[in-house]
Design a protein around this ligand. Structure first.
Ligand SMILES: [Zn+2]
Ligand SMILES: [Zn+2]
Length: 289
């Protein structure tokens, strides 16, 4: 899914959900920055199918052993768009300014935002900037997407169904942002940070790995919308939204459907479930859990 396509699909979604148009507007600037691509060319990671498979069979995402060298200039526009988003949704302006200053002085390096096995960014960034972990997670994937999309382009076709069975992205290590249920009824998890998808059992929680059927929870939106699901875990109380493509065959790309359904995050949040990839709802109320 290329970024210009995401921008077009986003316009289609806003047509479809006119009542959300105002609240969703801040996302548009991020998609525009993504559509322009990295500010400097990012060479693609060169790994053979065998080399990728060897890492995957050890349970190691490719980024962990081959992080890209990213000049800050390459991320400038996307990071600026993500910071603008935080201001638009009411994040503390002083904390955003501190982050921007640290970024401009290069005290915050692009690598400090890299995903690390299911979470975003270095552990010291919240204290350093005053931004909440949710806001930093958003800046991380908002800033990195064009970079990592390009970086993993040549390796993406190497992933086979049996290569990877973890709930984090096999390419960048980020937690899943959304799930697609395909024609075969199987679940594909989707990474917002690099754009990858990977197969993952519907019977298992991607966050804690739990497989107990009595812990699998299906939450419902207030107005039932055919095909939209909230798949949650009673064990760790994590959730991922999903779209059943057998029912909703004309749905948009996963990222667009995720950003376009904040009402479902609200349902999950009210029932005290959490998700690892922050959205508008979490950013509006980072401290309520
Ligand atoms: Zn990824
Ligand atoms: Zn769980």
């Amino acid at each position: 899914m290329t970024s210009p396509t995401l921008l077009d699909e986003w316009a289609v979604l806003l047509e479809r959900r006119p009542t959300f148009r105002d609240v969703l507007a801040p996302y548009g600037e991020i998609l525009k920055a993504w559509a322009r691509g990295p500010g400097l060319p990012i060479p693609s990671l060169r790994r053979s199918r065998e080399e990728c498979g060897e890492r995957w069979h050890r349970g190691v995402p490719l980024l962990a052993e081959a992080p890209p060298s990213v000049p800050a200039e390459a991320m400038e526009e996307a990071v600026a768009a993500a910071l603008g988003f935080l201001v638009a949704v009411g994040e503390d302006g002083e904390a955003v300014r501190r982050f921007a200053e640290g970024w401009d002085r290069r005290a915050i390096e692009p690598s400090a935002l890299f995903p690390q096995r299911g979470r975003f960014g270095s552990a010291t960034l919240p204290a350093q900037t005053g931004l909440s972990p949710e806001s930093l997670g958003f800046v991380a994937y908002g800033g990195l997407r064009p970079i990592l999309d390009a970086y993993f382009a040549d390796c993406r076709p190497h992933l086979g169904g049996a290569d990877w069975d973890l709930g984090i992205c096999p390419f960048c290590g980020a937690p899943p942002g959304f799930a697609d249920i395909g024609e075969d009824g199987k679940r594909q998890l989707v990474c917002h940070c690099c754009g990858a998808t990977w197969a993952f059992s519907r019977l298992q929680c991607p966050y804690c790995g739990g497989r107990r059927p009595d812990e699998a929870v299906r939450l419902q939106g207030e107005d039932r919308e055919e095909g939209y699901l909230i798949e949650a875990c009673g064990g760790c109380r994590g959730y991922v939204k999903a779209l059943d493509r057998r029912v909703r065959w004309n749905g948009g790309p996963a990222l667009v459907e995720d950003w376009g359904s904040p009402h479902l995050d609200l349902v999950a949040r009210r029932k005290e479930y959490w998700r690892a990839v922050p959205t508008l709802i979490q950013l509006h109320s980072p401290t309520s859990a």
